[in-house]
Every structure is written in C-alpha cells, then in structure tokens.
Design a binder for this molecule. Structure first.
Ligand SMILES: Nc1ncnc2c1ncn2[C@@H]1O[C@H](COP(=O)(O)O)[C@@H](O)[C@H]1O
Length: 197
C-alpha cells in the first residue's frame, strides 16, 4: 500500500498554537513522513506549524515541496530550505496544486486557513472529485469542535453518514503514520487514491 502513498499533503497552522503538543506533532509528522520515504507537500511557509513540519522533514532527510501564493511570500515567510518551492498566482492555484500532487491529506492543528483547506478537501471528496484518504490528526483533541460540526451536519440531515465516513479521525501522529504506511492497509485501499479532478 505504501507504494500508493508516495506524497502526503499536510495542512496545518501558520502559528504554533498554545500547546507544545501541537509543535511536537508537526515535527513528528515531518520526521515520520521523511523516515517512511514519503514526500511532504505543504503550504510553503517558514512560520508556525507549517515551518515546523517542513524543517523536521528536511532534518530527517526527507523531500519537501512547498506551494505558496505569491501574495503570501512575505507574510508566511517563504521557506527557502526545502527541496522544491512552487510559487502560484493565487490561493486557488495553490490549493489545486497541493491537491493534485498529493496521494493523501493529513490535517494537523491550525486555524481558519487550515479549516478552509480541510473542508475543501472533504467536500471535493463528497462530490467525488477525488477518492484520496483524508486524516484529521486530533492532537490533544484540537479538532473536537470541527469533528462535532461534521457530526452535527449528519445528525441534522444535511450530510449523509457515507459522506461523514470519507474523513477519518486519528488521535495522534503515530496513528496517522501507521495508517499512511499501511498498518491499516485495507481501509486506505478501500478509500482509494485516484484523482479525478
Ligand atoms: N481562506 C483561505 N483559504 C485557503 N487557505 C487559507 C486561507 N486562509 C489562510 N489559508 C492558508 O492556510 C494555512 C494555514 O492557515 P491558518 O489560518 O494559520 O490555519 C496558511 O498557509 C494560510 O495561507
């Protein structure tokens, strides 16, 4: 299965958040992907958890592609120490490129931008534009409100249980890495990884 998952896009915050566990998780994700030989794709910034995941991947010998829109080059301090840096003309082309290049998506702690990226990748899957695995990595329960929102949409009749099942919640980075690496291979294979956008 891990032959299928060659590149993982990590969505996470451009800030560190309030708990040390968030940064530790970002570093563990970057290092874990690198050690597994999996390419990291992320938003291309040097700041916050985004920078932490990229730095950890590079430090562990991994390869990293950062994809950043030109208008954010300064604000998110474009990372110049990564393998490949792609500068896009807009947020839309950034997200499109991250989507196209990734085999799976991992959502780490973050803020509004992370929520946007998470919801877009979930709704694209709901619309059958892709069938790539999506993992919410619920470090220190940071995602509990977002998960409750997804569950509420089902409970209120606005989303199907099948749509809810398109995203998987794991408690921490080791569980995410295990899922990506194929410890739970049948689930990942069932979800598929073929882009149809
Ligand atoms: N509206 C947005 N759409 C997509 N991506 C966004 C948006 N706002 C910010 N972002 C990017 O998401 C990450 C993380 O942002 P946080 O708000 O820190 O979670 C960052 O690369 C933003 O550029």
């Amino acid at each position: 299965m891990s032959a299928q998952i060659a590149a993982v896009a990590v969505f996470c915050g451009s800030r560190f958040g309030n708990l040390p566990a968030y940064r530790e998780a970002a570093e563990a994700m970057g290092a874990g992907l690198a050690r597994a030989g999996i390419h990291l794709i992320y938003g291309g910034g040097y700041v916050g958890l985004m920078g932490a995941v990229a730095d950890a991947a590079i430090a562990a010998g991994g390869t990293v592609t950062g994809i950043i829109p030109e208008f954010l080059e300064a604000r998110e301090v474009m990372h110049r120490g990564i393998t490949t840096l792609v500068v896009t003309t807009s947020m839309h082309t950034r997200k499109q490129r991250m989507f196209a290049d990734a085999d799976a998506f991992a959502i780490l702690p973050g803020g509004f931008g992370t929520f946007d990226e998470m919801m877009e990748i979930i709704t694209w899957k709901q619309l059958q534009l892709h069938a790539k695995p999506i993992l919410i990595v619920n470090v220190a329960n940071w995602a509990a409100p977002a998960i409750a929102m997804l569950d509420a949409a089902v409970a209120q009749g606005f989303a199907s249980p099948e749509a809810r099942a398109l995203v998987r919640v794991v408690p921490d980075v080791p569980a995410a890495l295990a899922a990506i690496a194929g410890t739970e291979r049948s689930t990942m294979e069932k979800e598929g990884s073929v882009a149809r956008l």
